[in-house]
Design a protein around this ligand. Structure first.
Ligand code: HSE
Length: 298
């Protein structure tokens, strides 16, 4: 018995929500086949599209699957085939797509012993292997869809947030690799009370704006006082891309996950397409290779 999966790309942080907010894209992602077999254990049998380890313990999908199976008494095993389309170190949740896909697929093949929310704790182990930190802001939206909030890590408390129908994301990926572990190493471990007040005001505003479908409030809240100033210097053309997105009608723009991808949110597909065109022109003028996606939030 096997299951074929689409493992979606995700945007974590969403400016103000470092490590707690994320959203799921509807048309960018990997594919994966998870197969139930008689031989116990987890084997990664095929990886296409990326140079990643086949050893189960060194592969994020393998580690997430093992973490899940440790909690269950099953007398079968699983084979996993991974077809990567999301580049590693792109900032749109490459490791999360594989980790989430593995646990989702196994859960389906076992008759859903866990809820999607419960699967997050296992997928996070893949994130820990990839970046040294078990953050859930990519795996939660990959598993639950839409917008998600990690209200708490200990105990883990994931909330799915309603969002307006017409919200679109434009994501541009300048073709450099930025490892999450490197992008985390530039961060400070403490923040000032003044910055924290601004940041939690914006997180509250963003969540309120999503629930009430208040696009202006969503836009006003897409601001990052703490992380973006430290990370944006690692991303070529960041300020110009962000300014271009805002001039072309974006509600807000910022670093996607740990970068180097840059996202913009907008109301309606036409605006999202217009932003994509304008962002492309910036990187073309800079002679910098890039990939761009326009996606509905799913
Ligand atoms: N919240 C994580 C970070 C997401 O920004 O480091 C990584 O994709």
């Amino acid at each position: 018995m096997e299951i074929k999966l689409f493992c979606p790309a995700t945007i974590a942080n969403l400016s103000c929500g470092f490590d707690v907010l994320g959203l799921c894209l509807d048309n960018a992602g990997d594919e994966m086949i998870v197969r139930k077999v008689a031989q116990k254990g987890v084997r990664i049998t095929k990886i296409e599209g990326a140079d990643l380890p086949l050893e189960t313990e060194k592969n994020v999908a393998g580690v997430a699957a093992l973490a899940m199976l440790e909690t269950l008494d099953v007398d079968c095993g699983f084979e996993i085939e991974i077809y990567k389309h999301i580049k590693a170190g792109s900032g749109i949740g490459s490791s999360a797509a594989s980790s989430a896909g593995a646990v989702f697929g196994i859960n389906e093949l076992l008759g859903q012993p866990y809820s999607r929310k419960e699967l997050v704790q296992f997928a996070m182990q893949g994130e820990k292997l990839a970046s040294g930190n078990a953050h859930a802001d990519n795996v939660a939206p990959a598993l639950l869809g839409g917008f998600t909030l990690v209200r708490s890590y200990s105990p883990l408390d994931i909330i799915r947030i309603d969002s307006p129908e017409e919200l679109f994301a434009t994501v541009v990926h300048p073709q450099i690799e930025l490892k999450t572990s490197d992008a985390r190493s530039v961060l400070k471990q403490t923040v000032s009370l003044k910055s924290a007040i601004m940041q939690w005001g914006n997180v509250g505003g963003l969540v309120a704006g999503l629930y009430t479908k208040d696009y202006d409030l969503i836009g006003r809240s897409l601001h990052d006082e703490i992380v973006e100033p430290l990370r944006s210097v690692l991303i070529p053309g960041f300020d110009l891309i962000k300014q271009t997105a805002l001039e072309n009608g974006a509600l807000g723009s910022g670093i996607s996950g740990s970068g180097p991808s840059i996202f913009a949110l907008s109301k309606g597909k036409n605006t999202a397409d217009q932003i994509a065109k304008a962002m492309s022109e910036v990187y073309e003028k800079m002679n910098l290779p890039y990939e761009i996606h326009v996606s509905k939030i799913n």
